[in-house]
Structure formats: C-alpha cells, structure tokens
Write a protein that binds this ligand. Sequence first.
Ligand code: PMP
Length: 291
Amino acid sequence: MGKYVCLNGKLVERDNAAISVFDHGVLYGDGVFEGIRAYNGRVFKLDEHIDRLYNSAKIIMLDIPISKDEFKSLIVEVCKANGIVDGYIRPVVTRGAGTLGLAPWRCSNPNFFIIADKIQLYPHEFYENGLPIATVATRRNIPEALSPIVKSLNYLNNIMAKIEAHNYGAEEAIMLNQDGFVAECTGDNIFVIQHEKLFTPPVSAGALPGITRQVVIDLANELGYETWEKLFSRAELYISAEVFLTGTAAEVVPVVKVDGRPISDGTPGKITRELIKAFKEYANSTGTPIK
Ligand code: PMP
C-alpha cells in the first residue's frame, strides 16, 4: 500500500491527503484524471499520459498550475517515495474549492494529487481463461455532449453500465453508441479479430483514445497483422474469431463469451495470446525510470 500521496506538489501521508468538500471535483465531477502503470521500476508511457491529461484539462478550460515536466517529476517522486516497482498511478486535477453554484470561475485554485499504489482490475483467472462480458442498455455518452477524449472525473455513464453488467453476472460491459455500434467497455477499449486482421472502433464511435489501444496497434503491426478502425455491431462481435480488451488497468485481457455466445471455441485466441506476450515484454522493457 502506498504510504504517501502527492498533494499540490507536496508528499503527505495517505491518511492526511484531503481536499475540501467544496471542491467542484467532489461536488460536480469537475476535473480530469489519468491512470498510469509502472512496470519493472519504470513508468509506462508517461509522456503520452501527461499529454492526454493536459489535453483533457484544456478542453474543459482547467489550467493545471504546473508544467508538464514538473508533473512528470512529481509522478516519479511519489513512486520513489512509495517504493513502487510494479504499480498503478492515479494523477487527478480538480477545479478546486468554489461556491455551491456550478460556475467554475468562482473556484479559487485547482487541486492536483497523485496516488501511487496497486490495482488488480479483474481476477487473475480471467487473464488465463478469458472474460465473459455483456452488452448493456446504457449507451455511451454522445460525443456532442461530452467528448470521449476528455478523461473527466465524471464517470457515471460508465459506472451505470458497470452496475448493469454486474447485475447480469458479467465483470465488464460493452457500451454501444447512440447508433447501436460498439463504442468501448466501461474502462477499456475493445478489439475484434477477423481473418487475422484486428479491428477496433474509431474514437468518433465514442471511444477514449486509449494509450494501451495504440500500443497494441503498434505491436500488432510489428508482428505483421493489419489493424483497422471500423464501426461494428454486437452481432459482428459474436462471430469474430477473437475478442480482447485493452486498458492501462486491464492491460490486455481475452474475451471468451459475449452475451452468452462463446467466441470461437470459448478459449483465449492465438493472436490475443501472442499480443499479451508481446505487450508484457514491451511494457517491462520501456518507460521512465523511477530510480
Ligand atoms: N476507455 C475508457 C472509458 C477508459 O476509462 C480507459 C482507461 N483509461 C480506456 C478506455 C483505456 O485507455 P488506456 O489504455 O489509455 O488506459
């Protein structure tokens, strides 16, 4: 368990890391965040995560009070303080304390904090045997209302979908967009494999531009597989040769059943397993050193 949290640039003990109940991050989900992993003593894809954090903040007109380089140094510092070798890092920026109205311009100073700890998204067996998932009725937020490229503190849309999946006995939900095409899962991007080609929905379908998604696309290309962004329905998922999910917390996880239909023979596919191996090797051999 990480002993320290970085709060507004200072290391504080985790039990003393507190922000105001008047913070609009708490009152309205007004803020942005990232989820980052550390592997083998290195922070994975730190530049990409920090760029996405600052882009999310820019879109919601939230000025992060320190530079990107300062933010990256603080992430390394809190990992070091907590002795992180393999772990999960959660940087968060909130609008700050304000009045009880919505107006973000009445908030004095943004708060930022960084947690460095551990995460296990799905039980270990699912990485070996594959995950059954279910399509839910809760649709992904429409991009015209809140762009999926903003990784905001307002995850209720995804949480509602997760609750629905859980009610059906599934660990993860497939979320469709307003037109009924597959967008993504609640905290992961989705891929299908047909005729040894990889397909994933475009960001315009309502997906977050996942950093793991891009890593997997690059690794697949290096292994000689074609990758395409494509709209697909859930019926097309059922008849795909392989399905898998990607995300920082989830990593690469095989999907073996969708809405009660087994994917192929109901075991993790060959290309998925190849990609999991390539991802592990790559993640453990690159990144920003913590020491
Ligand atoms: N979609 C959503 C909604 C997410 O929250 C995440 C996790 N950040 C992802 C996809 C996967 O993105 P990444 O690979 O960058 O973690």
